[in-house]
Design a binder for this molecule. Sequence first.
Ligand SMILES: [Zn+2]
Length: 436
Amino acid sequence: MTTMLWMLTSRKDTKTAYRRQFLGVILGICLITASSCSVQEEHEPVPESTPEVTETIPAEDYRIFAGKKVHLGMGTVLWTADAGGNMLQAGTLTQDYEADIRQDASGKYLALADCSFFADGAEMTDSLRWMQHRCELTPNGHTVTTDGTYHLQERDGREIALITHTDTYDVYAEPCADDPRYGIRFNGQLAYIPEAEIASVSGEVRKQGAEKLPVLMYHFFYSEADGGTRKDTNHVEAGELDEQLDWLEQNGYTTLSMEEVLCFMQGRSNIPEKSIVITIDDGDPTVHQYAYPVIREHNMHAVLFLITGWAGQSPQNYDFWEMREDGLELQSHGFLTHQGGCPGMGHGGRLLCMDHDEGVADTRMSFDTADGGFVYCYPFGDYNENARGILRDAGTEMAFTTDSGMIRPGMDLLALPRIRVTGGAGLQRFIQSIGQ
Ligand SMILES: [Zn+2]
């Protein structure tokens, strides 16, 4: 509860600073993967009399950071408690990191949530971010013990920390041919350790949870209360969306991020039995106006396939980065490929006959603009060998079409179907469409 209160107040306090920092800065922002996880491990209380520390502020005062998200700069030392409760240096953050701190922290060293590490309260400052770390994958039964030195990485290989201490983790993602790393949880988020830095593996892998996954496809929204009407079935009324998300919530559904979908599709992770993905195409202003408040209200995760070349321009000049903090992940719907150019082919989408190198450059630009994007949505649902070749060479890891169906491991990752949400079709049809 304290965390929630803090997030609400902090959101107001930091919004101006946040906007200053983020608005207009499209390239090169660190994307901290979203997440919300419970604390797994219990620690011995840390004695106040830890060695070699010169305290200028009473340790008590660092409790202001308990239960909060804090900023830790690159180079911050991570500590761990030995059996006697003494603090030992365990590693170093190799990037600036927004860390969630446990509620019950006490003393000068505050425990990072959902992992075995501590940081010195003197090195913490309030974070300008409020995005919740999340990891909805379920542990697969394997436990790994690391070498005495190992790296913690993000999905894209960027290093989070260098650890000089042997640790044991539950596994959330097995290594696979495309990614020879184990996925574990660090501070509530999915993090990866190279297989070569694992000393031993124990336990049995359990295949459990859902075997197929519905990926919902939305486009535009409107509100009858604001005088709006349904122009076509791609327009979903705000109350209708609310009813659908209410139903998903009441029926125990978990909304997944694209990182989690990729782990599932690579056959390396278990997901909850009732899992679903919400995707929204284009990034029309009605997403911000009508869908964003409903998704935020339900504390769900959604993926916005953004026409990135239009971001920041009229009529798209609303705050994507703010929406992202509230769980609307940004992925690519092309930079400037959401237009015609190939008449007589499919719906005529430009990607179908575009020059290869130009297409690769456009796709890479769209991923950069989405700030760490790796998933593509074909404009107009148009795809062929030319389009796939462009995406492949641009490093696309998954691509979605407008073909209809559920996704399951083993499918072609560059031609994944979805389930269209038809505006005005009623709740029963929505429920049937996701296989219930
Ligand atoms: Zn589109």
